[in-house]
Design a binder for this molecule. Structure first.
Ligand SMILES: CN(C)C(=N)NCCC[C@H](N)C(=O)O
Length: 269
């Protein structure tokens, strides 16, 4: 699980390997679910290229991308983030709020178990999507909304609190998932596009961003952020704050209410 970092003086220090699970989009991608936006045609060929660029960006930032086998019958399979919540050495396998997405979890579970994680499951009557869970240090915000219910959050709490997490439920009514509304910068500041955030006061440190997709960042490590090309003004804002911003075009996934976080599960070593 470890690589070596060789210093100038020849000393080899162990360096934690950072891995991300990803899942290739399938041929039925264009039929993916939409809830809060209008359907527009998705270019499946373009999406395949954008997915590869997303994987390449993670790889260039030092992440080893591990592919979960594709699931061609599930149009939303590429949004692999929704299949689980990883905290410490535990992967909690989600039970999707949308019935048609339930088959996605089985192979994702095998993939994360193969990385050495312990496994727990959200079970009936609970539903929970990984996209509804935002971790900031030991605080785990869980969005109560269209896909994740109270039973799902209660089960998540039972699994994570013994590991030192505090699970905080927050309302999500204007968007698909909590992470459609907010994510967080490396210093723990929650970023959100105000018209889509139910309760900004739920977060101790909060910064409003000027675009919807500006609320979505993947933390690449140190001061580096990955975000979508569709939020240039937010990218400028983060650059002014001292972050190094890496941009990818994920237009075809945004047409299906996807964002940069949804396309991977980050396993932080
Ligand atoms: C943070 N987000 C938004 C996610 N983790 N997942 C997006 C899933 C989109 C899919 N069409 C669906 O409706 O399920």
């Amino acid at each position: 699980m470890h690589a070596e970092f060789v210093r100038g003086d020849g000393y080899c220090a162990p360096m934690a390997t950072i891995r991300a699970l990803v899942r290739r989009p399938g041929p039925r991608l264009a039929e993916g679910l939409i809830t809060h936006i209008e359907r527009v045609p998705v270019d499946v060929g373009l999406a395949a290229g954008q997915w590869q660029e997303y994987v390449d960006a993670l790889t260039a930032a030092g992440w080893e991308c591990v592919e979960v086998p594709p699931i061609d019958d599930c149009s939303d399979g590429v949004f692999v983030e929704d299949t689980m919540v990883v905290f410490g050495d535990l992967a909690v396998i989600a039970r999707a709020g949308a019935d048609e997405r339930r088959p996605e979890a089985a192979e994702a579970e095998r993939a994360v178990a193969a990385q050495g994680y312990r496994i727990e499951h959200i079970s009936e009557p609970g539903t929970l999507d990984g996209g509804d869970v935002l971790k900031i240090g030991s605080t785990v915000y869980a969005g109560l909304g269209g896909r994740t219910n109270q039973a799902g959050i209660d089960q998540l709490r039972t699994f994570l609190e013994p590991l030192g997490a505090q699970v905080v439920a927050v309302p999500v009514s204007k968007v698909l998932h909590l992470k459609s509304a907010v994510t967080a910068l490396p210093d723990g500041t929650v970023i959100g596009y105000e018209p889509l955030v139910d309760d900004p006061a739920a977060f101790p440190k909060y910064l409003a961003v000027p675009e919807e997709a500006g609320a979505h960042v993947v933390l690449l490590g140190e001061n580096r952020l990955l975000m979508a090309a569709s939020a240039p003004r937010s990218a400028d804002l983060f650059t002014e704050l001292g972050y190094q911003v890496h941009v990818v075009d994920i237009s075809e996934f945004e047409k299906l209410e996807g964002c940069v976080t949804c396309l991977s599960v980050r396993l932080r070593g």
